[in-house]
Design a protein around this ligand. Sequence first.
Ligand SMILES: Cc1cc2nc3c(=O)[nH]c(=O)nc-3n(C[C@H](O)[C@H](O)[C@H](O)COP(=O)(O)OP(=O)(O)OC[C@H]3O[C@@H](n4cnc5c(N)ncnc54)[C@H](O)[C@@H]3O)c2cc1C
Length: 344
Amino acid sequence: MGEGERQRAGGRGSMLLCCVVEHDRGSVGEVGLELLSTGHRVASELGVTHEAIVIGPGAGDAVERFGAYGVDRAHIVEHAQLDSYAPDAYADSVAQLIAAHGPVAVLASGTEKGNEVLAHVAARTGLPMAANCTEVTPGDAGGDDAWTLTRMRWGGSLLEDARLEASTKLLTLAPHAFEPAQAAEAGDVEVAAFEPQLDEATSYTRVVAHEPSGGGVSLASAPVVVSGGRGVGSADGFDMLEQLAGLLGGAVGCSRVATNNGWRSHSDQVGQTGTKIAPQLYIACGISGATQHWVGCKDAKNILAINTDPEAPLVTRGNYAVVGNLHEILPAIVDEVRRRKTTA
Ligand SMILES: Cc1cc2nc3c(=O)[nH]c(=O)nc-3n(C[C@H](O)[C@H](O)[C@H](O)COP(=O)(O)OP(=O)(O)OC[C@H]3O[C@@H](n4cnc5c(N)ncnc54)[C@H](O)[C@@H]3O)c2cc1C
């Protein structure tokens, strides 16, 4: 559906802003709360209502916390073809809600799913989309005024100021670029069920199985990530990193060299073409800190680099560094953490 068609179908009189909130069977993660906080802030600045779009099984459970994030109304989107993630079917659903309600903007998280779904929505509606925004300043509520954005380019190594101009703006927010702050006053959320009209063909691409990739703590949300690169030397060399991550309640990550060498799976990779993380502590072992890796870990609150090279970028950019051989340093750290845990 083109933009002109959308305007005829929905008009822009309803004055609302929508956030497409990701959830896992009703559980909303940190990036979802960041999204709702920003949605609430922007909707308040515009003086429009703040609405959420929640798709798939468990959507009803997800909205229970939304009142604290200033959501006025939640659209619960359920359909047999939405029982597992299917980007075309998700995008069709969002496009139909845009046609029905004509929001001034639709925001989503800048995750793989969020970016994929909104890109499909942009293709269907002919609306422009800005991905991975780190700052959002709206224009007037009227809808057509340009918004001023800062967005990530080149995997986050470049920040670009941009203007987004459309009756319905589509944008995704870079994960961890915004604080998940609750609204000053919690309100009631009106719940509206929406059953989209979906074609069989929209489910050709869909998730058919989930395979857990490790010890249970996800790389994206782990408070501590112990990560290894070329310096680890082998797949077996990651045993010591696994032990430290286990002791600290964290996850294991890696550089692309480790995935290219077959030492770790791609789901463990941190960086531009891997996962972007923001743990409390990132322990980088034998990783130089090339730009493509740095953009994935730079939001960590603390970085400890263990490296033989005192000039390695992660050593000079990190908060803490131990210069030396990781095969000697890591066992010493593991022994010390274990000793403190048993004597605590
Ligand atoms: C388009 C594109 C996308 C990319 N995406 C990513 C990405 O998502 N993630 C990513 O990581 N990379 C990515 N890369 C690759 C990136 O450019 C680097 O090549 C890669 O990050 C380097 O990995 P590394 O730090 O493990 O290896 P190296 O750069 O070779 O560094 C190894 C480090 O280990 C240290 N070392 C060696 N032995 C020891 C030891 N015994 N003890 C302690 N330290 C030791 C060395 O001093 C060195 O600093 C991408 C590249 C391109 C072109």
